[in-house]
Structure formats: structure tokens, C-alpha cells
Design a protein around this ligand. Structure first.
Ligand SMILES: Cc1cc2nc3c(=O)[nH]c(=O)nc-3n(C[C@H](O)[C@H](O)[C@H](O)COP(=O)(O)O)c2cc1C
Length: 490
């Protein structure tokens, strides 16, 4: 018995299998008429159509197809997937084939990129899926209008692990780099990276025990570790995994006593994919050191970046680095840990009489972001993968003194600094959304904000795709003095 990917010529056999299973197994739990209606839709064309946008698998024994199952995006979502069409022929049920199918689907790239897998389960399949760790979606144990239970399994976020065993390093590096042939297309170079990984400091990003990315560090001088190679499976791109790997490597290099980290890539302005890589390195703190056009040939000028591991910018440096960013953002998701860290920075701000009048909502759900964007006209921050909405309760701190504005201003500045320190960009959008057209109220309605809270500001969050514009600021002596006012009165 083998499980393999579906081929076009399997469609009639898969259709027969589905129909037989519905007529023999599902009919015990549903009215015959309903099942016969369903049977009509399960044509070979329907199977082919489903296989065109999912990863469809079949179980084969002695040339017969006895089981099938598919996994694909949940309503086009990149971070949620759904299982479809899981059937085991009645003559072969109870032998662990269903488990084998679901476990295979859960090892598919569509599962690794997802935070959640959903399954529309029949009454017949319900106990099986519950055994496989699926639970009622949102605790709702009611059947939907298609007479199916909506079940889901939430998947843990990727974890970073340092790998010591050379053969394991090589295996993971091979698995990942061979899935990334667009970036590592020359076989000899790819092999060099793979073999080289055996002797390097190696970090793997794993999800449910399967490697989804890796990063190698090598010493290039007593004071410097080079980020020699890193790769993340394509379906898992833009999930913050590269950043997690980098943070682990950076912490290791600093702990090991290195002063600098360097990395090489193709100079900005030549290829779109590499431009994104450049932006990523810049966002995590790398700075341009030198371009060497001769190293990889004139069509691939080599940009060397360097990062000081000793002088991580102090708070005052960070305050000066913060800018209002109004450009495009890279599609990379902002991990929940980072959003939580930003929200915590906001909540840590002082507030008049400690009334804590500011509340915050971080939005990272693409559907919710799309709904919010639809009411921001003209659009701002529309490419940001996350947004923080700032809510204010206008109550008096004491007597008739209300400090709600000061409270949320302090929270916003704290968050902007946290955003900058994590390598993201943002902009304080208040004027734009609180004008006479009251975009803020429309966003508040989408987010179910109660009447006694006012949505006063939005902060898009993401990795910048371009440089922020540096605004002109007045000179120090025009706005700040010692001991007495020494400026010109207006
Ligand atoms: C209360 C407040 C409201 C703001 N509202 C907007 C806004 O609606 N749109 C915008 O593009 N920037 C807005 N900003 C950002 C300012 O324009 C920005 O801080 C200023 O130009 C200085 O640039 P910098 O933040 O890079 O130092 C706002 C800032 C504050 C403090």
C-alpha cells in the first residue's frame, strides 16, 4: 500500500471511490436522498477541479485506489488551510488508512504554512477527526447548512532549534535548498552550501517536527561571524520565520563573543527577490559595508552588509532613528510575539492618575485588514501586514481634568519606539482618520469598539520596502535651551 500524489488519470477511480463510500458509509448517518444529491456532484471533473487548487493524495493498493484526501488554502488564505475529500473505501476502513491520509496531509506544505487547519466533517467522520486532534471551530458543535461539522486544529508556531549533528544539518539544508531552486539554481553552488552546513553553526526552524527553514553561521575572522546561508520553505515565506532564525543566530553570535556579523547578497536594484532580501537585512539592523562587483560577476554585484553585535542602539539612538514612514511595506507577517511586545510597550506608558484610559487592538487578520482598508480613503498604510488601533476613554482623571489625550500620546510614542527597535516601521495616523469624515468611527464599528471608547489613531506595522523620508526639524537652539527661554518669541 502506498500513498502518493494524485495524477490526472486517477480522476475516474477517485470519483468511484468517493461515490461508493458515500453510498455505503455516509448513508448510515444521512438521508438517502441527500446522499444521492451529493453523489451527483462527485464526478471525475469535480475531482480534477479540486485537485487543480489543492494538494491531492491517493492511497493505492494492488493498483486500486482505496483512499484519498486533499489539503488546500482555506478560502484563499495563506495562513489557514483546509482538508477536503478525505475518503477510505468501506472495505478498507478500520485499518489506519484514514490516519495515514490525515498525517500525510498534515506534513504537506499547505499545513506547514498554516496557523490553523479546518475540516468540514461529516457525522460519519466526526469521531475520527476528534481522535486526530480536531475540535469544534469556535466551540460550535452545531452542523452547518451543508450538514457538516466545522472542525479545526490550531498549529503551534515554528520553533528554533540549534542542530549539532552534521548529517542532520546536511539533510535539513538539502531539503530546504532543493525546495528553493529559484534562489539556489546552480547545482554546484547549492551542493557547496549543503556540504558547508555540516561544519557551521546551524539553526533549524521546525513546525510539528518538520524543518521549514534553516540558517548557518560561519566564522570569517576572530571578531566576525558570517550569516553564510539561510532558507525558508516558500509556502512559509512572510511568516516571520527568517526573522526568528536571524534573532537566534544573532543572540548566539553575541553570546559567543563575536563583535560583528556580516552577510553577502546581490546589491539592491538588480533583482526584485534580492531587493526584498536587502530590505530584510536592513530591517534587522545590517548596514552597507562594501559592494564587490567582481566576486559574483558584474550582473550580480555582491553587497556586503555588516552589523555590530556590541553597539545595539541604545534608547536615545533609537529615539533619533524613529521616523514616520509612509511608503510601501513588504508582505512579511509581523509575528504575534512582536505585536504583543509592541502592545506591551504601549500599555507600559504613564497615564494621568494611573487611569489607564488607553486600550489597544492589534489587527493582523488579512480579512479584517481588508475591511479596515476599505474605509480609509484616501488610503494610508494599505500594504502593512498589521495595524494597531488606539482607543481612548475620555474620562476625567480627577475633578474636571481629563488626561486621556496625553495618556494615549505616551502609549503611541512607546509603541513607535518598540516598533523601531524590532526593525519595523510605522506612522502615527491620527489627523487623517479623525477629520470631519470620521474614518475612525467606521474602523471602530468594524472592530466592535463600544460607544464609550473613541478610536483615535492607527499605526500600520511592517517591514519597510523603501527608505523613510527624513523631515526637516528645527535646530536644537531654536527649540531647547538651558536655564531660561532663549528663543525668539513669535
Ligand atoms: C497627533 C499626531 C497626528 C498625526 N497624524 C498624522 C496623519 O494623519 N497623517 C500622517 O501622515 N502623519 C501624521 N502624523 C505624523 C507627523 O506628520 C510626523 O510625526 C511629523 O511629520 C514628523 O515626522 P517624524 O515622525 O518622521 O519625525 C501625526 C503625528 C502626530 C503626533
Amino acid at each position: 500500500m502506498i500513498i502518493r500524489r494524485f495524477r490526472e488519470q486517477d480522476a475516474p477511480a477517485v470519483s468511484d471511490l468517493i461515490i461508493a463510500t458515500i453510498r455505503i458509509s455516509n448513508v448510515r448517518d444521512y438521508p438517502v436522498e441527500l446522499m444521492e444529491e451529493l453523489v451527483k456532484t462527485q464526478t471525475p471533473e469535480h475531482v480534477l477541479q479540486r485537485a487543480s487548487w489543492t494538494h491531492f493524495y491517493v492511497v493505492e493498493e494492488a493498483g486500486d485506489i482505496i483512499g484519498c484526501g486533499a489539503i488546500g488554502p482555506y478560502w484563499g488564505r495563506e495562513d489557514e488551510s483546509s482538508l477536503f475529500t478525505v475518503f477510505v473505501h468501506p472495505a478498507h476502513q478500520g485499518k489506519g488508512i484514514g490516519r495515514m491520509i490525515v498525517e500525510t496531509l498534515e506534513q504537506d506544505d499547505f499545513a506547514f504554512r498554516a496557523n490553523r487547519i479546518e475540516i468540514p466533517a461529516s457525522v460519519t467522520g466526526l469521531p475520527f477527526y476528534q481522535k486526530m486532534g480536531y475540535d469544534y471551530k469556535n466551540g460550535n458543535a452545531e452542523m452547518d447548512e451543508e450538514h457538516l461539522y466545522r472542525l479545526e486544529k490550531r498549529l503551534p508556531p515554528p520553533v528554533i532549534r540549534q542542530v549539532d549533528e552534521p548529517a542532520e544539518k546536511e539533510r535539513i539544508a538539502r531539503e530546504i535548498l532543493e525546495s528553493l531552486k529559484e534562489w539556489f539554481e546552480v547545482p554546484e553552488t547549492r551542493e557547496q552550501y549543503i556540504r558547508g552546513s555540516r561544519d557551521q553553526t546551524f539553526f533549524a526552524a521546525e513546525r510539528s517536527g518538520k524543518a521549514v527553514g534553516f540558517l548557518c553561521l560561519k566564522e570569517t575572522g576572530k571578531a566576525t561571524a558570517e550569516l553564510a546561508v539561510m532558507g525558508v520553505r516558500k509556502p512559509c515565506h512572510h511568516r516571520g520565520i527568517g526573522k526568528k532564525l536571524f534573532m537566534a543566530a544573532k543572540a548566539f553570535a553575541a553570546e559567543a563573543g563575536y563583535e560583528f556579523m556580516q552577510v553577502k547578497t546581490v546589491q539592491m536594484g538588480y533583482y526584485e527577490d534580492y531587493d526584498r532580501t536587502n530590505r530584510f537585512y536592513q530591517s534587522v539592523g545590517f548596514r552597507e559595508l562594501e559592494v564587490i562587483p567582481s566576486l559574483w560577476g558584474p550582473e550580480n554585484p555582491c553587497q556586503i552588509y555588516v552589523l555590530s553585535l556590541k553597539d545595539t542602539p541604545g534608547l536615545t539612538e533609537l529615539i533619533k532613528q524613529r521616523r514616520s514612514y509612509r511608503g510601501r511595506y513588504l508582505p512579511d507577517r509581523v509575528p504575534r510575539e512582536d505585536l504583543t511586545c509592541i502592545l506591551e510597550a504601549g500599555l507600559a506608558a504613564p497615564s494621568g492618575c494611573n487611569r489607564q484610559t488607553t486600550s489597544l487592538i492589534a489587527v493582523d487578520d488579512p480579512e479584517m485588514l481588508a475591511r479596515i482598508r476599505a474605509v480609509i480613503d484616501p488610503p494610508v498604510g494599505e500594504t502593512a501586514p498589521a495595524m494597531i488601533c488606539v482607543l481612548s476613554r475620555r474620562i476625567n482623571a480627577y475633578r474636571d481634568r481629563c488626561f486621556a489625550t496625553q495618556d494615549y500620546a505616551a502609549a503611541i510614542e512607546n509603541m513607535l519606539l518598540a516598533i523601531t527597535s524590532l526593525g519595523y516601521q510605522s506612522c502615527w495616523y491620527e489627523g487623517h482618520i479623525t477629520d470631519t469624515d470620521r474614518i475612525c468611527d467606521r474602523i471602530a464599528r468594524i472592530l466592535h469598539v463600544p460607544e464609550d471608547l473613541e478610536l483615535v489613531c492607527i499605526l500600520p506595522v511592517g517591514i519597510a520596502a523603501s527608505e523613510p523620508v527624513i523631515p526637516k526639524k528645527k535646530a536644537f537652539h531654536e527649540r531647547a535651551w538651558f536655564n531660561r527661554f532663549a528663543g525668539e518669541s513669535c
